[in-house]
Design a binder for this molecule. Structure first.
Ligand code: ATP
Length: 422
C-alpha cells in the first residue's frame, strides 16, 4: 500500500497532467471491459529513474484489439492492428501513440527467429522480457491504480544499477539482447551483472550474433549510435568481443578511436547514416571480398566498398601532404577530393584534426558558393569550343580560380587568357 501511494505520487508529480489523465482513463477502460490493464517496460523503468519517456506500452490480460476499440469510442484515434504480435497501436491526432499488447509468452521454435505468440498472464509476459530493469508493470485499473508489479527483484536491480537477464537462455532466444544490454549499460551508467556478463561473452563467442538477421542487428546498432555517448558503447562492444562478430576483422586502433571521436563530436546534421560511417571507419583496411559480405549481410548500399576505397585513397593523399608539413589549401582540396559523396566527405572529415577539418568545411562551403558564371554551354556558344575534354579542363581551372578569389566580372578575361585569345 505504501509503495502504491509512492508510485501514484511519482506519476502525479513527474508526468504532465494530460498524461496522468490518460493513464487513469486507460485503467477505467480496462475496468469497463473487465481486463487487467498495465503500463509496462521502459516507461515504468524511466518513471522510477525520474526520466522522461513518452513510449507508452500497455499490456492487457485479454484481447488488445477489443481494448483498443473500446478506448477508441471515447477519443478520436486511429487503431492499427498487428495480428501476428497480438498488439494494436492507438494513434492520436496530436502524434501521441499508445501500444496495447495482449499479455503473452513467446516461445521460440529455434533461436533468433521472430517469436510465436500465445496468450498469457502479466507475470509470464514480464518474464519473457530482456532485462529485469525492463520487466516491471504498474497496474492502471481504478481500484489498484499505481500498484507496482515486481516479480523478479527488478526494482532492486534498478536501484543497484544492474543489467540482468531473467533466465539463462535469454541471449540464446534473442541474441539482439546482447546489444541491448550494452546500450542500457552505457546509457544509464549501469553495469552488466556478473553472471549475465558471463553468458553474454559465452554466446558471443559461440557465434549467436551470427544467427540473427542483419536487419535486426543493424536496427539495434543504430539505436546504440543514437545514444548520447556512442563511443563508450563502441569501446564496450570491442572489449566484449561483440564488434568483431558484427564486423569481422574490424580495425580498432588509436586512429579508429580518434576518427570515431571526431565524427561523433562534430556537427552531424548533414551526415548520412552514421552506421555507414562507423562501418567505413572500422573496415577501412578490409579486403573487397570481406566488404562484399558485409554489404550483403546488412543491406548496405552497393557502393559501400567503393566509398571506402575512395575515402582511403584521398585520406592517404592528404596525409602525405600533412606529413610533409604543407598547409591544406583550397587548391589541395580541389585537386584531391573535389566534391565528394557525403559518405566519403564525413570519413575524410573524421580523418582530419580540428584545424584541418575547419579548412575542409570551409572549402566545401566555398565550393558551393563560388560557382563559375561561365558554364559549358557558354563555352560552346560564346567561345566556339567543341564538346569534349577541353571544356572540362577549362571549367576546372575556372572553378579553382574562383575558389582562389577570381571575381565574377573577370571570368571572361580569365577564360580568354586560358585560350590564348587575349
Ligand atoms: P528505450 O528507452 O530505448 O525506448 P525501451 O525499454 O522502451 O527502451 P523498447 O525497444 O521500446 O525499449 O522496448 C520496450 C519494452 O519491450 C522493453 O522495455 C522490454 O521490456 C521489451 N523488449 C524490447 N525488446 C526486447 C527484446 N529483444 N527481448 C525482450 N524484451 C524486449
Amino acid at each position: 500500500k505504501l509503495e502504491t501511494s509512492r508510485i501514484v505520487s511519482l506519476i502525479e508529480t513527474n508526468l504532465e497532467p494530460d498524461l496522468v489523465t490518460m493513464l487513469r482513463f486507460l485503467g477505467i477502460v480496462g475496468n469497463q471491459i473487465g481486463m487487467a490493464t498495465y503500463v509496462v517496460g521502459g516507461f515504468v523503468r524511466d518513471l522510477l529513474l525520474g526520466r522522461k519517456n513518452y513510449d507508452i506500452d500497455i499490456v492487457v490480460e485479454g484481447d488488445a484489439r477489443y481494448f483498443a476499440q473500446t478506448f477508441g469510442r471515447y477519443f478520436e484515434v486511429t487503431c492499427v492492428e498487428h495480428k501476428e504480435f497480438l498488439t494494436t497501436s492507438i494513434f492520436f491526432k496530436n502524434g501521441l501513440r499508445i501500444d496495447v499488447a495482449t499479455a503473452r509468452t513467446e516461445y521460440y521454435e529455434e533461436p533468433a527467429v521472430l517469436p510465436n505468440v500465445e496468450m498469457s498472464t502479466i507475470k509470464k509476459d514480464l518474464y519473457r522480457r530482456d532485462f529485469s530493469i525492463n520487466a516491471m508493470a504498474i497496474k492502471l485499473n481504478q481500484e489498484e491504480f499505481g500498484l507496482l508489479l515486481d516479480f523478479f527483484g527488478c526494482k532492486r536491480d534498478l536501484e543497484k544499477g544492474v543489467i540482468r537477464t531473467l533466465y539463462p537462455l535469454s541471449f540464446v532466444e534473442d541474441p539482439t539482447r546482447i546489444l541491448r544490454a550494452i546500450r542500457f549499460e552505457q546509457r544509464f551508467n549501469f553495469r552488466i551483472e556478473e553472471h549475465t556478463l558471463e553468458l553474454l561473452k559465452k554466446y558471443v563467442a559461440q557465434n549467436y550474433l551470427e544467427r540473427v538477421t542483419g536487419q535486426r542487428l543493424r536496427d539495434e546498432l543504430e539505436k546504440i549510435i543514437e545514444e548520447p555517448e556512442p563511443i563508450k558503447a563502441i569501446k564496450r562492444m570491442d572489449e566484449l568481443g561483440v564488434l568483431n562478430h558484427l564486423f569481422p576483422h574490424s580495425l580498432v586502433d588509436a586512429e579508429t578511436l580518434s576518427m570515431l571521436k571526431r565524427y561523433f563530436n562534430r556537427k552531424r546534421s548533414s551526415s548520412p547514416k552514421p552506421v555507414y560511417i562507423l562501418a567505413m571507419i572500422l573496415l577501412r583496411e578490409s579486403s573487397p571480398e570481406k566488404l562484399d559480405s558485409i554489404v550483403k549481410r546488412y543491406g548496405f548500399p552497393k557502393k559501400f566498398p567503393d566509398w571506402i576505397r575512395k575515402a582511403m585513397s584521398i585520406s592517404r593523399e592528404l596525409k602525405k601532404i600533412i606529413v610533409k608539413g604543407e598547409q591544406l589549401s583550397y587548391r589541395i582540396f580541389f585537386e584531391t577530393v573535389r566534391k565528394p559523396e557525403p559518405e566519403i566527405l564525413w570519413f575524410i572529415d573524421a580523418f582530419l584534426d580540428e584545424e584541418n577539418s575547419k579548412k575542409f568545411q570551409n572549402y566545401l562551403q566555398k565550393l558551393e558558393k563560388e560557382k563559375p558564371k561561365i558554364t559549358g554551354s557558354i563555352l560552346i556558344d560564346k567561345f566556339g569550343l567543341k564538346e569534349g575534354k577541353e571544356i572540362k579542363k577549362i571549367l576546372d581551372k575556372l572553378q579553382l580560380a574562383k575558389l582562389e578569389g577570381l571575381p565574377d566580372d573577370e571570368e571572361e578575361s580569365f577564360v580568354r587568357r586560358l585560350l590564348g585569345r587575349d
